[in-house]
Design a protein around this ligand. Sequence first.
Ligand code: FDA
Length: 283
Amino acid sequence: MKLPFFLAKRFVAGESFTESIPKAKQLNNKDLKLTLDLLGENVKDRQMATDTVDSYIRLLEGIKEHGLISSISIKLTMMGLDIDHDFCRKKLFRLLDVAKEQDQFVRIDMEGSENTQITIDIFKEAFDKYGKHVGTVIQSMLLRSKDDINELAEMGADIRLVKGAYKEPAKIALQDMPAIREAFKEQAKVLLEKTSFPRFGTHDDELIDWLKSYTAEKGISKDRFEFQMLYGLREETMVQLTDESHRTRVYVPFGTDWFPYFTRRLMERKENIWFIFSTMFKK
Ligand code: FDA
């Protein structure tokens, strides 16, 4: 059974790129940069993976055509990672050829831990070939991330640091919030020291306040890093950060395959569930 889209509207800009353009323009008009994300994951069929890459390429073209200030985020499992790693790598490189040609940027989102190593391996190859046109994500909750951050920072990679949205077992991931926050801070310090423009994806005031005071204390200027948040969450905070001369970017998902993304947002925060209930009763 497919749930009606109005339930997901709080977190998803539209079911198509065209439907999402007005929202994207509104955000750009508030001086917020964007990352557009065509929703979907775990494609099991080569043709679907090929179609997805074509859609990503059309998205890059659409961003140009509509004058949006936006990069894109992609998931390797949408480009056939579960089918065949080489096939997926070729698809990614095809997309990156276009991104490079058009001087655009593609970020490889990080998925569940079964794909961490292969995502980092493919990212490293892509970074060798496409440099500033590609970046990836590190999840601070994973125990391995300390080493991954050191390695990727040493390479000068463009990293978005997040806590991690997937449920992972205690043998490979921190489970409690204070420890995850501490890991995030330690990894943020490495990125701020070793990379030219780290991105921090969080809605957490403790981390936002810490990032502001740590960077001020170390004399790291506001144009050397970026705050990122998800569409539908804390927009007023993003506008305030922008007014304070911080760099900001909103992650804007769209597409018909919104259910897994929507479920992760509900699981993260009970207030999100209440919001959906109140939307249902307003309808
Ligand atoms: P979290 O949900 O842990 O909440 C901590 C505290 O922050 C709350 O107790 C509250 O005080 C405050 N807070 C949170 N939300 C709030 C709200 N809406 N209003 C007011 N206060 C709020 N994950 C992943 O695994 N792979 C990926 O590629 C990405 N990509 C990504 C991109 C971007 C731009 C973002 C922002 C996030 C991701 N994530 C992700 C998701 C990320 O891993 C994480 O699951 C969520 O951001 C939730 O963690 P937070 O640190 O935002 O706050």
